[in-house]
Design a binder for this molecule. Structure first.
Ligand code: CS2
Ligand code: MG
Length: 402
């Protein structure tokens, strides 16, 4: 069996997506997601200039060998662009493998470990009252787990406050928009949100919060401690994780569960955090961490230390990634939770899929492969539109973490 061709499809049904389609001499094709929010065209170039020419003539059944070829062969290893390009190839090859076997990908991974996949949605508001109401909306939709993010008085465009009830897309301008941040104001306000949420809705639902890399280790430890009475499912990205040791300080001071990893792109980013039990959930994703082939290695390492998966699932991960993630989540023994930021109807129309939402859970389908396709005619109606993630500055103008 041979790869006879491959092409990259860039489409923007409300936001940009990068999709790789791989053709074979058996007439079977597969698709993969390579979207990198705000830097999409770098992955397009990497795929078109440096990956696709190497793939032609290769045997698509050799998923592991092609992964090793693309990882080791690049010489310059790791990084978000390289690993997303590898992920796009990997997802497409698993899709082809499933179609050839007549099986959904979760069967190829090892079969079902569960039926439904517990997901969490994104409730947010400009202040505590609005956010409390938004959480109620997600409860009414049947979610068992809800992430809550609030605007903070005195902070311009604080992270996580969307522009609509269900859809949250942070990439918002042709050049990065500038938002503000003030840790002291946030530390004085965020715990009050969770106090109000528990007072209003009790403890029957999981609540999550995303620190989005904004706190120093000491501040993160302080926030984790202040949130303990509200029994969060997790506090995510509480402090930048390049220095994995920083989590030792946080861990010493709080039992609030910690999650990290949506910006990780290989097992090396997470190895020390997992082996030292510094986190409870690993958020690495199929698209961000080199595809299913590498993500299951991360999950296996995590399982040795009772760390569970909590894959990132924001709107900037395409339905192709969501489809693959659900097959992964259906198989992985140490599953924790799956993030599920709903895509818009336009996006869903471009990417027809067989997964569905019911009673707070997502269910992958039984279609051979990963169960997601791309309508290229429709995709062509949405040309690429430059969009960047915002940047954040402190009140004195210091660059900070968005
Ligand atoms: O946990 C999350 O969902 C966020 O961290 C993301 O929405 C993140 O801001 C975006 O994926 C960035 O593109
Ligand atoms: Mg996050």
């Amino acid at each position: 069996m041979k790869i006879t061709g491959a092409r990259v499809i860039v489409t923007c049904p409300g936001r940009n997506f990068v999709t790789l389609r791989i053709e074979t001499d058996q007439g079977v094709y597969g698709i993969g997601d390579g979207t990198l929010n705000g830097r999409e065209l770098s992955v397009v170039a990497y795929l078109e200039e440096h990956v696709i020419p190497c793939l032609i003539g290769m045997d698509p059944r050799r998923i592991e060998d092609i992964w090793q070829y693309l990882y080791r062969g690049a010489y310059w290893r790791r990084g978000p662009v390289t690993m997303r390009a590898i992920a796009a190839v990997d997802m497409a090859l698993w899709d082809i493998k499933g179609k050839m076997a007549g099986m959904p990908v979760y069967q190829l991974l090892g079969g079902r470990s569960r039926d439904g996949i517990m997901v969490y949605g994104h409730a947010n508001g400009s202040d505590i009252a609005e956010t409390v109401e938004a959480v109620g909306h997600y409860i009414d939709l049947g979610y068992k787990a809800i992430r809550a993010q609030t605007g903070v008085p005195g902070i311009k465009d604080a992270y996580g406050v969307g522009r609509g009830k269900l859809y949250y897309e942070p990439a918002d301008a042709a050049l990065p928009s500038v938002t503000g941040w003030d840790t002291r104001k946030a530390l004085n306000y965020v715990p009050k949100l969770f106090e109000e949420l528990r007072k209003t809705y009790g403890f029957d639902h999981h609540l999550l919060h995303d620190g989005h890399h904004r706190y120093t280790p000491q501040e993160a430890a302080n926030l984790g401690k202040m949130l303990e009475p509200y029994q969060l499912f997790w506090l995510e990205d509480c402090t930048p994780a390049e220095n994995q040791e920083a989590f030792k300080l946080v861990r010493q001071h709080t039992v609030t569960p910690l999650a990290v990893g949506e910006i990780f792109n290989t097992i090396w980013d997470a190895k020390d955090l997992i082996q030292n039990q510094l986190i409870d959930y690993i958020r690495a994703t199929v698209v961000g961490a080199g595809g299913l082939t590498h993500l299951r290695r991360i999950a296996d390492l995590a399982s040795l230390y009772q760390v569970r998966t909590g894959c990132h699932g924001a709107t900037d991960l395409s339905p192709v990634t969501m489809g693959c993630a659900l097959h992964f989540d259906t198989w992985v023994p140490n599953f924790g939770i799956q993030e599920y930021m709903r895509h818009t109807p336009e996006t869903d129309a471009v990417f027809p899929h067989d997964y569905h939402f019911e009673h707070g859970e997502l269910f992958c389908g039984e279609t051979p492969g990963h169960g997601v396709d791309i309508d290229e005619k429709l995709a062509a109606k949405y040309p690429y539109k430059p969009a960047y993630l915002p940047v954040a500055r402190l009140e004195d103008g210091t660059m900070w973490n968005w």
